[in-house]
Write a protein that binds this ligand. Sequence first.
Ligand SMILES: NC(=O)c1ccc[n+]([C@@H]2O[C@H](COP(=O)([O-])OP(=O)(O)OC[C@H]3O[C@@H](n4cnc5c(N)ncnc54)[C@H](O)[C@@H]3O)[C@@H](O)[C@H]2O)c1
Length: 335
Amino acid sequence: MIKWCVIGAGGIADRRTIPALKKDENSQLVAVMDRVPEVAKAVGEKYGVPYFSDEKQMLEIVECDAVYIGTPVFCHKAQMEIALEAGKHVFVEKPVAFNAKEGAEILEKFKKAGKQLTVGYMMKYHNLHQKAKELVKAGEIGQVNDVRAQFSCWYPDIKGAWRQNKALGGGGAIMDLGVHCIELVEFLLDDEIEDVKSFYSTRSFSYEVEDGAVLIFRTKGGVLGHIDVNFNVPDAASTSKLELYGTKGYILCSGTLAQEETGSLSHLFAPQGDYEAAQVRVERKPVEYKPEGEDLYLRQIKDFTRILESGKPDYFYAERAVQVQTVVDKIYSEK
Ligand SMILES: NC(=O)c1ccc[n+]([C@@H]2O[C@H](COP(=O)([O-])OP(=O)(O)OC[C@H]3O[C@@H](n4cnc5c(N)ncnc54)[C@H](O)[C@@H]3O)[C@@H](O)[C@H]2O)c1
C-alpha cells in the first residue's frame, strides 16, 4: 500500500488526482497541504485526512511513501526538492519545471537518490491513444509521415491567475496545452521532436502570455507535423484533434485530448500500389474505436504504484518530460 501526501490540494488534485487515488486499491491518501489554509481544511475534511498549510511540517509529522504535487509551475522545483529531501517518491504535475535545465537538474537528484519521479502527462493513458500507438507500432498506417494535434480551451482574463503571468506559469497556451501535445506525439511515435518553429501571439485577451500558438516540427525520425493550441476558443467549440497520416492509411482521433476518456478513433488501412493520375477517392470505411470510459488519472496512479512495487524506479517518462521542455525552450527562445 502506497501512502500519499498531497501538496497543492485545491485544483486538479481535488478535481482528478485525489479521486483517482481513492479508487486505487494500492494507494492511501494520508494528508493534504495547501498554501491557502481554508482550501487545505476543506479538502482535508472532504477526504477525512489531516490537513496542513506548510509542506515541510506535513512531511515531518505524517508518514508517507509518495508525494503528489499539484501546485502552479513556479512551485514545482522547490517542492520536489523538499519531498526528495524528506525521502519521498514524487508525482509532480506537468510541466515538470520552468525549463529543461531545471527539469534535468531535479531529475538527476531523483536518480541519485533512487526515488521515482513521475510527471502528470496523463493523455497517454487514454485507451484510444494507447490504441493509436498500437496501430502505429504494428505498421497499420505504414510509415508515419505527418502528424497534427490540436488542443484548445477558453481561458479569458482572470485577475491574479498564475497561468497568465509568465513569471509564475512560465508561458501560456504552449506551456499549458502545447506540452501535452508534444508529449503525446512523442509517445505515439516513440520519437523525439528535434526541430521546431512557431508563431504565437496574444490576440483575444490582455494577459502577457500567449493565448494561441501554431508549432511546426520535425522529429529525429523525420516525421513532420504541427500542433495548434489555443486559450481563445470556447470550451463547447474545443473538440480536440489528433491525426496521423502514413503510407498505408490514417488514424484520426477526435475529442480525445481531455480530462476524461472521451472521443473516438477512426483507422483507415488503404495501401496503394501504382500511381493513379485521376486520384479517384473511392469511399472506404474506416474502423471505428470507442473509449472504454476509464479514469485516465487512475491508470496513471496505477502505473506509478506498479513502478514503486517493482522496487526499480523508471525514469523513461520523466526524461521525456524534460525533453518536452527542451522543445518549449527552443520555441520561447526564438522571440
Ligand atoms: N494533468 C492535468 O490534467 C492537469 C490539469 C490541470 C492542471 N494541471 C497542472 O497542475 C498544476 C496546478 O494546476 P491547477 O489548475 O490545479 O491550479 P490551481 O491554481 O487551480 O490549483 C493549485 C492549488 O495549489 C495551491 N497552491 C498555490 N501555491 C502553493 C504553494 N506554494 N504551496 C502549496 N499549495 C499552493 C493553490 O492554493 C491551489 O489550491 C499545474 O502544474 C498545471 O499545469 C494538470
